[in-house]
Design a protein around this ligand. Structure first.
Ligand SMILES: NC(=O)c1ccc[n+]([C@@H]2O[C@H](COP(=O)([O-])OP(=O)(O)OC[C@H]3O[C@@H](n4cnc5c(N)ncnc54)[C@H](OP(=O)(O)O)[C@@H]3O)[C@@H](O)[C@H]2O)c1
Length: 329
């Protein structure tokens, strides 16, 4: 492969939104490496996905300690891609990782202790061959560890220069509010919250988005396409190369079939807006200015290009929103 040179027009292709009250701008669409970057996934395809994203202004790449499979392998793949193609672009990248779910056996490889967070981040930095990550997240709340310990660990991680900013993922509003207050007192304000949010899962509308906006914390939403269900790929059957058929760990074919009538109806609304369903699903999230970025996944570069078009049409009429709400009831 020839030496990679990023597209010089990339920063004109996408908008950047401010992350809460911070100085950090994130692209309206970011790319996550949960799927398609594991040990047995095609390395050249993984490499092309990152290049395609960056060439189109996507500066933010989201990882976690346990993305793979096996655990850690997405970070290894990403580290390899950074070394081959992105060495001179490090200062133009926002790289995140997380700890909070099962990672290694025994009492120190899961949840929210200071021991786990520090050890895990050190491992992530080694796998990606980085000196620091831009954002380090606690991946989920841990009700058996004092919030002060987990937030204290995040604060110390920043003070030691291992991460520039910290975030929380999957925290409910009440616990998030407490965590924000502890972090603020420690002098490391929470940068961003990462919840699941899509047309099919709207829990964040019940308090979380208001809390984030009132607290000056950014919002980056994961699985905006409900893992691929909010696209036109399942309308004519179950493609062999789709996540539901190929993987099935997190998205089951039964789930897809169950949602099919709604998918088809939403697809019609998307067509009436001159979009496809994936684009409409992303636009529908971006219409809300409390959202900083929509965190997509992709198995092919063409999907990234397709999804980026969503940023060009983020206005919805009242009638369109009503139609969508009726379908989702
Ligand atoms: N914090 C957390 O707890 C948490 C949890 C989950 C995810 N995340 C983050 O969020 C990221 C995104 O999650 P996700 O992968 O579930 O997001 P998603 O955007 O809802 O689903 C991505 C999948 O949809 C399909 N797809 C994407 N664009 C398409 C298009 N234009 N047309 C047809 N199919 C398309 C592809 O699947 P096919 O394989 O079927 O092509 C792709 O892998 C993850 O990588 C991770 O960084 C965080």
């Amino acid at each position: 492969m020839a030496k990679y040179k990023a597209d010089s027009k990339r920063y004109d292709k996408i908008n950047y939104r401010r992350t809460g009250n911070s100085g950090l701008l994130l692209p309206e669409i970011s790319l996550g490496l949960w799927h398609n970057f594991g040990k047995n996934d095609d390395f050249d395809n993984a490499r092309n996905l990152i290049k395609c994203a960056f060439d189109n202004g996507i500066t933010h790449f989201d990882l976690a300690n346990n993305y793979g499979p096996p655990y850690g392998s997405a970070e290894k793949t990403f580290g390899k891609i950074l070394k081959k193609d992105f060495k001179k672009y490090r200062d133009q990248l926002i790289i995140s990782s997380k700890a909070g779910y099962d990672m290694w056996p025994g009492p120190y490889g899961n949840f929210g202790s200071k021991k786990y967070l520090f050890s895990s981040l050190d491992q992530s930095l080694k796998r990606m061959n980085l000196d620091y990550v831009d954002i380090f997240y606690h991946h989920r709340p841990d009700y058996n560890t004092p919030l002060e310990e987990t937030m204290g660990a995040l604060d110390l991680i920043v003070k030691q220069g291992k991460a520039l900013y910290v975030g929380l993922s999957n925290y409910q509003p009440k616990e998030a509010e407490k965590a924000f207050s502890i972090l603020k007192k420690l002098g490391t304000p929470c940068l961003i919250h990462q919840p699941r949010y899509s047309l099919f899962d709207r829990w964040v509308e019940d308090g979380l988005l208001d809390l984030l906006s009132n607290s000056g914390v950014g919002a980056i939403c994961f699985s905006p396409l409900a893992q691929g269900m909010l696209t036109d790929k399942y309308i004519k059957g179950l493609p062999k190369d789709s996540r539901a058929v190929k993987d099935g760990r997190y998205l089951k074919t039964d789930q897809v079939l169950d949602k099919l009538p709604k998918i088809k109806a939403l697809h019609e609304v998307a067509l009436s807006r001159n979009q496809n369903l994936a684009q409409m699903a992303i636009s529908w999230i971006l219409k809300d200015d409390r959202i900083t970025s929509v965190l997509i996944g992709a198995s092919k570069p063409a999907q990234i290009l397709d999804n980026l078009k969503a940023t060009k049409n983020t206005t919805f009429s009242t009638e369109e929103l009503e139609k969508i709400n009726i379908i989702l009831k």
